[in-house]
Design a protein around this ligand. Structure first.
Ligand SMILES: *[C@@H]1O[C@H](CO)[C@@H](O)[C@H](O)[C@H]1NC(C)=O
Ligand SMILES: *[C@@H]1O[C@H](CO)[C@@H](O)[C@H](O)[C@H]1NC(C)=O
Length: 145
């Protein structure tokens, strides 16, 4: 007795179902568990990093953010404004962005995005709510909110 129609062999049907689930999982990030979009071990969601100038009165922030592959240029961020960009993680798990920032008096160099293996830590992913990281530069320091 066969429960499979036409000339499909069971293996093909199983393969089809598996392939359909696999591609559906890739195509619908976060479908199964809304916020987490690392499916099947592949980082596929789009991230946005924001660098926000909340320093005191009329202090312009100069931000120079980069990854190994991208130089995002030197940006003047006016008080109350921000600089942002979006990207997808590479499949090698080596994504890393950092920023050099300064105002007239102070200078800092810090990482704003790095790859996280959620089996070990989701410190950054959690703070970015699995989509957007807000780095806020204030007079007293740099905060992720
Ligand atoms: C999924 O995301 C939630 C927050 O939306 C987080 O608390 C949870 O640890 C994540 N689970 C996994 C398996 O990554
Ligand atoms: C990115 O920053 C610009 C201002 O430079 C702002 O207009 C835009 O809304 C920001 N994008 C996002 C996704 O917040």
């Amino acid at each position: 007795m066969t429960i499979f129609p036409f000339s499909f062999k069971p293996n093909y049907v199983v393969f089809f179902v598996f392939a359909a689930i696999f591609f559906a999982a890739l195509a619908l990030p976060g479908h199964a568990n809304s916020a987490n979009q690392t499916n099947l071990g592949y980082p596929i969601n789009k991230w946005v990093v924001h660098v926000v100038n909340q320093m005191g009165a009329s202090k312009t922030l100069v931000a120079h953010c980069k990854s190994k592959d991208d130089d995002l240029g030197i940006r003047d961020v006016l008080p109350g404004n921000e600089f942002n960009w979006s990207f997808k993680e590479n499949f090698g798990g080596t994504t890393l962005f950092w920023c050099n920032i300064h105002n007239n008096h102070q200078h800092a160099n810090f990482q704003v995005f790095w790859h996280e293996d959620e089996t070990k830590s989701s410190w950054l992913h959690y703070r970015c709510n699995w989509k957007e990281c807000f780095w806020v530069v204030k007079d007293g320091g740099i905060y992720i909110t």
